[in-house]
Structure formats: C-alpha cells, structure tokens
Design a protein around this ligand. Structure first.
Ligand code: G6P
Length: 436
C-alpha cells in the first residue's frame, strides 16, 4: 500500500502521519512518499525527518521516502494526496490583500481570493492528473488543495482520475455540534449538503430525535461554532431559526458580509491578514519540528485551521480500503444528488463510502433559501474553472462579476487586472492569450 503526498513539505504533514499511525491496522500502509518542489527542500527535509521519527516511535513497518520527483512518487501509488499551495503563502497574502483595497472580502478560498487561487492551481492539478492517468491509473486522488470543491470539479471535468475532494469543515461542524449538544460524536446523525465552504447541515438527530432547533438556540445564545481561521462574528438567532439549517463557518462571509469585512480590514491592519499570521505560526512550527527529540505531532499545530483534517482523510481512506460503508461528507460529482444542479458539477454531500468510493446520499430539491446562494456560487465556480483552463479573460470577468462579494462589473474588472498582473508568473494560460 503506497501513499504519495504531493506538497509533502507542508506543515500539516505531521497531522497526516499521526492519522496513518492511528489507523494503521485498517489501512496497512507500507510506503509513504512525500514529494515537494525543490524550492521547498528545507521544509520537506524538516517535516520528513519528523515524519520518520514519528513512524519509528510507532514501531510500524512503514517506510518514508522524500523526493522532488513527482512521477516517481505517483508511480504505482494506491492513494495520491494533494495538499500543495501554488505560489506559497505570499500568493495567499495577495489573494487576501487585493480585494480589501476595493472593500471586498479577501479570503483564500472564497470570493476573488479563491478565484485567484483556482486560476493558479487548476493547471497544476491537471498536470498531476495526467501523470496519475499514466503511472497509477487506478489510484484514488484525495484532494485537500483549496479551493477544494472547484479543484475537484476541474479534475472530474477534464480527467479520468478517481478523485475525491476533502475538507475538514463538515467533520468540525459535527464535532462542534456534539460538544454543544453534549453528546458523543458517534451518537450524532447529521446530513450535509451544499458546496465546499458553503455546506449546510440539513439534519441533526440524536437517538432518532431531531435536535436542530436545540442546536440553533444554543448557538444563538453564544455557544458559538467557529474555526481558528475565521472571524468570530456571532450568528443572528432569528435568521438561524428561519433558516432551520446549520450554515458552515464560511457562510459568515455571505450572510454577514458587512460585519466580516469590517473585522477583516481591522485585523489586516492590526495583525496582518491570515496568510501573514500563518507565516509567523509556520516559522515557529518549523523551529519546533527541527527538534531531534520530537517524535509526535506537536500541540502548536492546532494554531492552524486544519484541525481534524487527518481524521477526515485517513478514515476516508480506511473506508475505501476496508469497504466499511461508513458515512463521510466529501466532494463528488453531483449526478442528480441535488436535483437543481447539473450532473457534472461537484458538490459537498454526505456519502456512504465503500471500496468503489463515495456513493452520495440523495438530497433532492433544496429549499429556495439554500438553493439560491448555492446556484449563484456554483455558477461562479463553473466560470472560474472555464477561465482557469482556457485563459479566457471574458469568462474570468464573468466569474468575478457573478460572485456575491463583488459589487459591480467595474470592480470585477479592476480586481481581475490586478489578480492577473500579480499572479503572472503562475498563470501561463493567460499570458499566452495576451500574445495572440
Ligand atoms: C480550514 C479550512 C481549510 C483551510 C484552513 C486554513 O481548515 O477548511 O480549507 O485550508 O482552514 O487554515 P490556516 O491555518 O491556513 O488559515
């Protein structure tokens, strides 16, 4: 059993290694290959050494290999995990800073920031997929690379790779719900439907009893649900009661755009954007990882927004390997699951998972209050993918103008010009067009 991790030098890798160790009896990994680009050599070596110490401590017969050779890593892999960031944290910082200049939300995965990240990432993931098609065509690709839903949709539209998009938001929503309702997470039955970073829990049951209204009441009373990387603007009780579904933490950007923008601008001024803060956190993390006596995932990693990532990833892999039909919320092609969306778009939805992969649990028609926003964002996502693949500026302009964060086509144009200019080095698909 070979697992290849693309972006293996990421500070999140110890989280993944811990997950592999904890589920060793189910997934039975023999070989983990961490691959990264040469510019990330130092990080790969530091993280790789820690990963080796963690495995040594576990006593498991797993080898860890570090390489810059992506094809070698991919060849004959059973699972390929993608967690890379094109342009690194500098590019993320510009994704967050540029929109703020125009009084638009600047976030790495949604809005114009997510759009820019998708333009940089999609060509790279499609190259990786070509290699998977050639060198390990039966491998499962588990994609964490953001914007995870958009990237996974591009893979399904343009390649034949068996890809599943994965995010830690649903598992965190479940964990937070369990904490708020004071029940064990395993006793909680929740249904999720929507898009990545735009997913709703539509049902919350404990021992057959509907607990949605209790949950909403407690959240509105201040037992808040949030993630480390998102500003903690409190939810409005009347709104949540009317919605009668649990929005994800990222929904704050849509439903409380005005307050979130104020928070973001203040934070950017005082402490820097999230990318700028993450740079500081990462520096400390890599210093910690260097300690030759460290052989466990350090507590400081919890400062990042990726909590429960490895649990989500490794339990998903385990369901595929053991054919256990467990329920996971993942990003998969719609194929009629949400009836008002096209078949070939990717949605985030509860699925039973067996050795054939995720089988979405039918959702049907969503009520208008959920469907409206989902339709708009899906249109933005489809246009973004088309722009990323073709380098067509008109599609790019339409994508940005369709996004609800962007107030006008005029602002969309200004944003687009600046995004294309700043990201030039990562967007050959657009510069090639300029030459024509
Ligand atoms: C959450 C999101 C991820 C995102 C992460 C960012 O976990 O679900 O998609 O990558 O936060 O965390 P960071 O520490 O990089 O801001």
């Amino acid at each position: 059993m070979k697992i290849a991790v693309i972006g293996g030098g990421s500070s999140y890798t110890p989280e993944l290694i811990e997950g592999i160790i904890l589920r060793a009896t189910q997934i039975k990994a023999d070989e983990i290959v961490l691959v990264d680009i040469e510019a990330g050599k130092e990080k790969l070596e530091i993280v790789g050494s820690l990963a080796k110490r963690m495995i040594k401590k576990s006593g498991l017969p797993i080898t860890i290999e570090l390489t810059f050779d992506r094809v070698k890593a991919i060849t004959n892999a059973d699972f390929v995990l993608t967690q890379f960031r094109v342009g690194g944290l500098d590019a993320r910082a510009s994704d967050e800073r540029i929109p703020l200049k125009y009084d638009v939300i600047g976030q790495e995965t949604v809005g114009p920031g997510g759009f820019a990240k998708a333009l940089r990432t999609i060509p790279v993931i499609l190259d990786i997929c070509k290699e998977i098609e050639q060198y390990s065509n039966d491998a499962w690709l588990i994609n964490f690379t953001n914007p995870a839903g958009i990237v996974t949709e591009a893979i399904h539209k343009y390649t034949s790779v068996k890809a599943i998009g994965l995010c830690n938001v649903p598992i965190n929503m479940k964990q937070m719900t369990a904490t708020i309702l004071e029940v064990d997470r395993d006793n909680l039955n929740m249904s999720f439907a929507g898009l990545n970073h735009l997913v709703y829990a539509t049902k919350v049951f404990v021992n057959g009893e509907d607990k949605m209204s209790t949950l909403i009441e407690r959240i509105a009373e201040g037992r808040n649900m949030n993630m480390r990387n998102i500003h903690d603007v409190p939810w409005d009780k009347e709104f949540l009661q009317a919605l009668n579904a649990l929005p994800c933490p990222y929904h704050r950007y849509y439903y409380m755009m005005d307050e979130m923008l104020i928070e973001e601008k203040e934070a950017a001024e005082l402490r820097g954007t999230r990318a700028e803060q993450v740079k500081i956190i990462e520096k400390g993390l890599f210093e910690t990882y260097k300690n030759p006596n460290l052989d466990v995932k350090p507590k400081e990693l919890e400062e990042r927004g990726g909590s429960l990532y490895s649990e989500a990833a490794i339990s998903l892999i385990s369901s595929i390997v053991t054919n256990d039909h467990a329920i996971h919320t993942v990003n998969v092609p719609n194929n009629g699951t949400i009836t008002d969306l096209p078949d070939n778009v990717v949605i985030e939805v509860s699925c039973t998972v067996n050795s054939e992969g995720p089988q979405p649990i039918q959702v049907g028609k969503l009520p208008p209050e959920l469907n409206g926003l989902i339709q708009q964002i899906k249109a933005f996502e489809q246009l973004t993918i088309e722009a990323a693949v073709t380098g067509n500026k008109q599609k790019a302009l339409l994508a940005l103008t369709t996004n609800p964060f962007v107030p006008s086509s005029k602002v969309a144009k200004l944003l687009l010009d600046e995004i294309l200019e700043v990201n030039q080095a990562y967007l050959p698909q657009f510069s090639m067009k300029a030459l024509v």
